[in-house]
Design a protein. Structure first.
Length: 177
């Protein structure tokens, strides 16, 4: 089945793209959710309009979420966990735990489905991707260590970051004069 995507769909394509998908995926998910329409000649005539509207929406959303992405990309989370001798955890670190830690550290609310990883089951340092938009995918660092051990974490506070950005902008303006 050929469909015309009306909205961006993760791992499928961007709005305005014509994609060939399985009949059940198109009929039971994409079309009822309003993510796509059948690729009829009438719908194909609207491709450019759909693409331009989607590009404008995507640019506005990326601009709005760029500061959030910057904060998340500098974030380091530490999770103490019980582990065996080989470094295998008793349990796992899940996406729900990561979402909760992000909210606690930064105040930013991220949905569990936006976290792109498999549950962590071993000690170590991991890079985890957070899908804010189709273009903005910052990586956060997650450190899983044994309970009782201490770990050095460089924390960046959003207010400190904003102050340094403002200071550099003022310095550039002064240098330009």
């Amino acid at each position: 089945m050929k469909v015309l995507l009306v909205k961006d769909v993760y791992k499928l394509g961007r709005a305005g793209d014509v994609k060939k998908v399985a009949d059940g995926y198109g009929r039971n998910y994409l079309i009822p959710q309003g993510l796509a329409v059948l690729a009829t000649p009438g719908a194909l005539a609207q491709v450019e309009r759909i693409r331009s509207q989607a590009n404008a929406k995507r640019a506005a959303l990326n601009n709005e979420l760029s500061s959030v992405a910057e904060v998340l990309s500098q974030l380091t989370l530490a999770f103490p966990a019980k582990a065996g001798e080989t470094g295998k955890l008793y349990g796992s670190i899940t996406s729900a735990m990561i979402v909760e830690a992000i909210k606690k550290e930064t105040g930013i609310e991220v949905q569990r489905r936006q976290i792109d990883f498999e549950p962590i089951r071993n000690l170590g340092t991991y890079k985890i991707r957070v899908r804010l938009t189709i273009d903005l995918v910052p990586e956060i660092t997650v450190i899983v260590h044994r309970e009782g051990e201490t770990v050095e974490i460089h924390k960046v506070k959003p207010s400190d970051e904003a102050a340094t950005v403002e200071e550099s902008a003022v310095a550039e303006a002064a240098a330009g004069e």
